[in-house]
Design a protein around this ligand. Structure first.
Ligand SMILES: Nc1ncnc2c1ncn2[C@@H]1O[C@H](COP(=O)(O)OP(=O)(O)OP(=O)(O)O)[C@@H](O)[C@H]1O
Ligand SMILES: [Mg+2]
Length: 237
């Protein structure tokens, strides 16, 4: 049994049929990449898993139990944390306050402080900026904050939606280093959505290619990276 199983999932926005039967699995301790072009349904897949969107058809199971129809905050309590596309940090709140909000499900102050310190150890740049307003952070720093915020609940499964988007190569490398470290050092299971296919396929063990709401290809990341259609569409030939 995989930690996460998405089976035949169909999701809509009104009449827009965004997911047309998506199947994917993520095993405990794996890093799995979900790649695909604009509008393929990557964000919709993550939103369906984290309970922000309810599928019309199909099932999502986590640790063997269906989570379809559960409230997003209850899904989070089970150990699934979602870093949304575009970061969505609170610009008027400080770094510390943003992290506090990430921990709203945690009531033990000591634990909150410990996790905050862990986040600062992972991202020293955030530690230096703990009293700075979120909206004044650089794009890369905001992405670090969004990830650190998601880690405040100590997730078992982390859903990352395009963490490298809009970042300079140096920040992209930092973010991917963190993905590897979280997986290696804490055993965090990660489902990584990316348009930066070469980076994502470098860090993931397995990958899925999504195209217009359907999985077109899946396999070991190295094999997916060698696929001619993937090379042409997502890896620049
Ligand atoms: N809130 C919404 N209302 C209506 N349609 C939507 C909404 N969000 C997404 N869609 C549509 O659903 C489809 C899948 O979108 P989604 O955001 O999941 O794609 P994506 O793979 O994440 O793309 P990108 O790489 O551009 O972020 C697209 O056709 C999009 O126009
Ligand atoms: Mg998206």
């Amino acid at each position: 049994m995989s930690l996460l199983e998405v089976k035949g999932v169909q999701s809509y926005y009104g009449h827009i049929h965004a997911l047309k039967g998506v199947d994917l699995t993520v095993g405990e301790g794996e890093v799995v990449a979900l790649i695909g072009g604009n509008g393929a349904g990557k964000t919709t897949t993550l939103r369906t898993i984290s309970g922000m969107l309810r599928p019309k058809q199909g099932d999502v199971t986590y640790a063997g139990r269906s989570i379809v129809g559960m409230a997003a905050h209850d899904i989070m309590s089970l150990g699934i944390s979602h870093v949304p596309e575009g970061r969505r940090i609170f610009p008027q709140l400080t770094v510390r306050e943003n992290l506090d909000i990430g921990a709203y499900k945690v009531s033990n102050r000591k634990l909150i402080q410990e996790r905050m310190d862990e986040g600062f150890a992972l991202f020293p740049r955030l530690a230096e900026r703990r009293t700075q307003l979120g909206g004044t952070l650089s794009g890369g720093e905001q992405q670090m904050l969004a990830i650190a915020r998601a880690l405040m609940v100590d997730p078992k499964l982390l859903l990352l939606d395009e963490p490298s988007m809009g970042l300079s190569p140096k920040f992209v490398e930092t973010i991917f280093d963190i993905v590897e470290r979280l997986n290696r050092e804490r055993g965090t299971t990660i489902l990584l959505v990316e348009q930066n296919a070469s980076m994502a396929l470098g860090v993931a063990r397995r990958a899925y290619v999504l195209q217009t709401g359907e999985i077109r290809l899946t396999g070991d990341a190295a094999d997916v990276a060698r696929d001619a259609s993937v090379r042409e569409a997502y890896l620049g030939g």
